[in-house]
Design a protein around this ligand. Structure first.
Ligand code: 3HC
Length: 290
């Protein structure tokens, strides 16, 4: 399949990052969200990121050239009508996904593959909203998409081998390292493994066995992680990881209740985005716009 045009549904942190990655790889991109304010902020964030990459000599072309390949629109039908590949990165709510996939299925060309960047919802359930479940697949990117190499490619119950091949090819053309998740399991790979880690870290702090800082040092300097466990929770959003963990628990993945996380969510100390989480972020940090 010769993919030329990609439509990204949702212009939040993940959506605009994915649109940027697609434009960087030379694709024509339509970026769709529900209002102009969200789209304008998304385009500003993309400009910021492209400028960063340019300053570091990591762009082969002018940032304006890359940007010119992205068209922002609130019109879903317009966004998908020429799309060969759709990547949905909207809010993690099955009703929102139902609405989007029903509409996308109606307006996208018959050959288009429909993918979802969901981190917590079953691919097969989302595929069932369309008339083409064989052409629906999970493509789970990581934050920040322009810097993170990994993409999990998740097979739904009905996903065809052709769709898998096209998704793998697309991820590689986007400069990513795809890994295949053969079954539609809760949390896929990375979140599944990370949940066990964050549960253990959380319990150790609750029992007074080690401090947040000590655990993060161990993660960075012994386990070789780029960020500590609590740093990463702050970076992703404590509420986001809590939501993912709950969604996994609802699908049978046992979870250790962690008061530390519950308290942070209740206090709205959600991490980097709210200026305070397990650590404090007094000024907009260098990742504040990622
Ligand atoms: N575009 C361009 N540049 C960006 C950027 C973006 N979107 N975001 C950050 N940068 C820049 C920073 O501004 C900084 O620039 P500077 O050097 O001018 O200050 C630079 O990139 C990174 O600088 P650092 O050398 O300080 O950072 P690192 O080398 O540590 O790399 C990192 C940053 C790639 C974010 C690294 O810390 C990392 O890999 N962290 C882990 C992130 C991770 O695990 N993400 C996955 C989260 S889980 C998820 O997304 C799944 C979902 O389901 C929740």
């Amino acid at each position: 399949m010769d993919v030329k045009t990609i439509a990204v549904m949702g212009a939040g942190t993940m959506g605009h990052g994915i649109a940027e990655v697609a434009a960087l790889a030379g694709f024509n991109v339509f970026l769709r969200d529900i209002n102009d304010q969200i789209l304008s902020r998304a385009m500003d964030n993309i400009k910021w990121s492209l400028q960063k990459l340019h300053e570091k000599g990591q762009l082969r072309e002018d940032p304006a050239q890359v940007l010119s390949r992205i068209r922002a629109t609130v019109d879903l039908a317009e966004a998908v009508k020429e799309a060969d590949f759709v990547i949905e990165a909207a809010f993690e709510d099955i009703d929102v996904k139902r609405q989007i996939f029903t509409e996308v299925d109606k307006h996208a060309p018959p050959h288009a593959i429909l993918s979802t960047n969901t981190s917590s919802l079953p691919i097969s359930e989302i595929a069932a909203f369309t008339s083409r479940p064989h052409a629906v697949i999970g493509m789970h990117f990581f934050n920040p998409p322009p810097l993170m190499k990994l993409v999990e490619i998740i097979m739904g119950n009905a996903t065809s081998r052709e769709t898998l091949g096209a998704a793998l090819d697309l991820a590689r053309r986007m400069g990513k390292e795809p890994v295949v998740v053969n079954k539609d399991v809760p949390g896929f790979i990375a979140n599944r493994v990370f949940l066990r880690l964050s549960d253990s870290a959380c319990l150790m702090v609750e029992r007074g066995e080690a401090s947040i800082e000590a655990i993060d040092s161990a993660a960075r300097y012994s386990l070789g992680f780029p960020m500590g466990v609590f740093e990463l929770l702050d970076f992703v959003g404590i509420d986001v990881m809590d939501f993912i963990a709950r969604a996994m628990a609802a699908r049978g993945v046992s979870r250790v209740p962690c008061k530390l996380i519950e308290d942070k969510v209740k206090a709205k100390e959600l991490g980097l985005k709210s200026g305070r989480g397990f650590y404090s972020y007094p000024a907009p940090g260098k990742y504040a716009r990622a």
